[in-house]
Design a protein. Structure first.
Ligand code: HPA
Length: 244
């Protein structure tokens, strides 16, 4: 029986349409999980939902216990993880409101607990991360977007930064030169930890602002919020269509 986990990010702290059957508060050997895990039925599918930033959005990206979150999902027996990420758009096509299913990652984060093998490392723990997202799951999401008649970019490079501040214009230019299409704060180490456990993992990114220096004026949280409300509704539709 397939059990899909959805990790919701900014603007996605609950899963509308999830018929909750139970709620579990989990402690792991890595510490506390971001939020109680909600388990239930979503459009006829067994789904586990976890709010990455806690239900009240009190956990900033660098304080999230990524290891505890992925461990909890593994312990619950999920077979795959769909991550939802709000991001900034770097390349021109990544405008506010665009949905993207990225296919690559560049990790700019530091000082995050980024592996399950920090203490008892074996040579076999060098995971292959050439393709950081699971291609089958990515294709299901792309098909879901097509079925739901939603426009979604079928690939892109996600650059993950520490935050919580947004980038400088020069940092964004450097990320662009590196090949990044998107910038976000939560994609890593989440994706790598899922791979360490052999859990298929893919992400749905919603662009909520043009990245620093890519639009005139300041980046404001109010403007991001407006994009989030409508955009995350579409993300929910995309997930529902891709599970069927
Ligand atoms: N930069 C980094 N993370 C983000 C951004 C951004 O511009 N927007 C939303 N998350």
């Amino acid at each position: 029986m397939s059990m899909t986990a959805i990790i919701g990010g900014t603007g996605f702290t609950d899963l509308d349409g999830l018929n909750i059957q139970r709620e579990e508060i989990l402690e792991t050997c890595w510490g506390a999980v971001s939020a109680p895990v909600l388990i239930g039925d979503f459009h006829g599918h067994e789904v586990v939902f976890l709010a990455r930033h806690a239900p009240d959005h009190s956990l900033p990206p660098h304080k999230i216990n990524y290891r505890a979150n992925i461990q909890a999902l593994k312990t619950l027996g999920v077979n795959r993880i769909i991550a939802v990420n709000a991001v900034g758009g770097i390349t021109e096509s990544m405008d506010s409101g665009v949905i993207c299913i990225p296919d690559q990652i560049i990790d700019y984060t530091s000082n995050r607990e980024h592996t399950f093998f920090s203490d008892d490392f074996e040579v076999t723990n060098h995971i292959d991360f050439t393709m950081p997202y699971d291609e089958m799951l990515r294709q299901s999401l792309i098909q879901g977007a097509i079925k739901a008649k939603l426009d979604a970019k079928q690939g892109g490079v996600y650059g993950c930064v520490n935050g919580p501040r947004l980038e400088t214009a020069a940092e964004i230019l450097r990320m662009e030169r590196d090949g990044c299409d998107l910038t976000g704060m939560t994609g890593m180490p989440e994706a790598a930890l899922a791979r360490e456990f052999g859990l298929p993992y893919a992400s749905i990114c919603l662009v909520v602002n043009r990245a620093a220096g890519k639009a005139i004026g300041e980046i404001t949280i109010d403007a991001m919020r407006q994009v989030l409300v409508e955009g995350m509704q579409k993300v929910r539709q995309l997930i529902a269509a891709s599970l069927i």
